[in-house]
Design a binder for this molecule. Structure first.
Ligand SMILES: *Cc1c(COP(=O)(O)O)cnc(C)c1O
Length: 388
């Protein structure tokens, strides 16, 4: 037997705060508890039928059984450009300004390899998607957390970042509509981000995974809609949340052609693209009639209303989300985010996610995902009522 030793980059991974929660969930399930799991950001609604049917046809075509092109089929990238033009009035050159991704997680994890040298700083919002700092560390960069706090509408405060950090920063991850806080961003915020990027020569990578999961008809804007955005960065999108396609592994990056080129260079050397049948089905997905998406949104909106009104009636402090399928609630006095999650699991059989698992500024919060039927969410509220 050889001695297998993990590389420092793996040893130095931050502790996985959800591990103890996972263990508690398994124990509860083993005891026969009917756990209402609203901890996971994975849609419970299936992929719309017309997309599945397009996949069934595509998978039969032998030309799709071979290696795909690295950057994505031109037809897929053209469908992305058409979607941007219709949804956001943003024009993109499908040849140079669009790149297919094996899910946006893949793009987020790989982009630091293209632009980060050891010691370079990567700014990222926190609480946030854990891949921003982890991808940074894997590439030898230094993550710098920009805290998202209620008093600043869960937007980073660029003025509080020291100049010596901004001077060393090469890349900035931002994400609106935001996971986990459910906050949305205005054009003014993006304008400020672009000013910072221009002044300090920082590439912006805007993660727009939730741009299509919105409520009350309030459509989120695209970063690329804002003047100057395409000169400083890119936007990453995913079909996962929009079309309930998390298992399919497809997304895309769009924007600044040099950034697209750099990310493409890394990918060419590491992966061989997205199964073309998935790309073909995704072209169908991107042309989905808005009435289908409106149907999905109304399902989430009903759940949001149940959960929001319910948590309010329990006296919990929570903002009404305008987008994403999350609720970001303050834990009651006397609890930490972890102890409150444990309490709800033990006393109510309801599983949320501790806010601190998304980064230190998430302490004091719990995230609930709207990924169970409205009747189950109602039951979760009633059980929490008894547990408090
Ligand atoms: C779900 C999610 C993603 C990744 O989605 P993919 O399935 O990899 O496309 C990226 N960013 C955020 C904030 C997410 O919540």
């Amino acid at each position: 037997m050889i001695k297998v030793e993990l590389a420092d980059r793996v040893k130095n991974l931050p502790p996985y705060l959800f591990a103890s929660i996972d263990k508690m969930k398994q124990e509860a399930l083993a005891k026969g508890v009917d756990v209402i799991d609203i901890s996971i950001g994975d849609p419970d609604i299936p992929t719309p039928k017309h997309i599945v049917e397009a996949m069934q046809k595509a998978v039969e075509k032998p030309e799709h059984h071979r290696y795909p092109s690295y950057e994505g089929m031109l037809a897929y990238r053209a469908a992305v450009a058409d979607w941007y033009s219709q949804r956001f009035s943003v024009s993109l050159d499908p040849k140079t300004e669009v790149l297919s991704l094996i899910g946006s997680k893949e793009g987020i994890g790989h982009i630091p390899f293209a632009f980060i040298n050891p010691g370079d700083v990567v700014l990222h919002s926190s609480p946030g998607y854990p891949v921003y700092p982890v991808g940074t560390m894997f590439a030898g960069g230094e993550p710098y957390a920009m805290p998202l706090v209620d008093s600043n509408d869960f937007l980073p405060d660029f003025d509080s970042i020291p100049d010596n950090v901004l001077n060393r920063a090469k890349l900035m991850f931002i994400n609106y509509p935001n996971n986990p806080t459910a906050a949305t961003a205005s054009k003014e915020f993006f304008k400020r981000a672009i000013q910072v990027a221009e002044k300090f020569n920082i590439i912006i990578c805007h993660d727009a995974a939730y741009s299509e999961v919105y409520f009350d008809g309030k459509k989120p804007i695209s970063f690329l809609e804002v003047e100057g955005a395409k000169e400083v960065g890119i936007e990453m999108h995913s079909l996962s949340k929009t079309y309930n396609m998390t298992g399919w592994r497809i997304g895309f990056a769009a924007g600044h052609k040099d950034v697209i080129f750099g990310l493409g260079k890394i990918k060419t050397n590491l992966d061989s693209g997205v199964f073309q049948a998935v790309q073909e089905a995704s072209i169908t997905a991107l042309k989905t009639d808005d009435s289908v998406l409106a149907g999905i949104r109304s399902v989430y909106q009903e759940r949001r209303d149940v959960m929001y009104n319910g948590l309010k009636s329990l006296g919990l402090e929570v903002k009404k989300p305008e987008a994403t399928f999350y609720l970001w609630a303050k834990v009651p006095d006397g609890y930490t985010s972890q102890s409150f999650v444990a309490h709800l699991l033990e006393k109510a059989g309801v599983l949320g996610t501790p806010g601190v698992g998304f980064g230190a500024p998430g302490e004091g919060y719990i995230r609930f995902a709207l990924t169970q039927q409205a009747s189950r969410m109602q039951e979760a509220v009633e059980r929490i009522r008894k547990a408090l």
